[in-house]
Design a protein. Structure first.
Length: 106
């Protein structure tokens, strides 16, 4: 008996990077903190017989296939940067600005 299989069928949703919300971007960045590589890509042919490449992110009830593109990579990087900027807002008020400038140049 295979216990690895989920008994509940996941809803499968194909999402273009343009339609990603912050929640989906968070999931992507969490799953692929250093980016994704060829092993993470799921490939299929759409109704027009075009090859489509996606990366998969799962929630409890849904498997999202997010279409891969250079813009997706940029969106993930920008989202990750904006998250770390927001996380650092509290800390920067107590830091010496001269120290910040020297670390940014390195």
């Amino acid at each position: 008996m295979m216990k690895n299989r989920q008994t509940v069928a996941l809803k499968r949703v194909i999402v273009d990077y343009k339609k990603l919300d912050n929640h989906m971007l968070n999931l992507l960045v969490e799953k692929f903190p250093d980016g994704y590589d060829d092993d993470d890509i799921v490939t299929y042919r759409n109704a027009s017989n075009e090859v489509v490449e996606c990366i998969e992110v799962r929630t409890e009830d849904t498997a999202y296939l997010v279409k891969v593109s250079k813009r997706l990579v940029m969106a993930m990087e920008d989202h990750d940067d904006s998250d770390s900027d927001a996380d650092n807002d509290d800390e920067t008020s107590s830091l010496d600005t001269d120290e910040l400038e020297s670390t940014e140049e390195e």
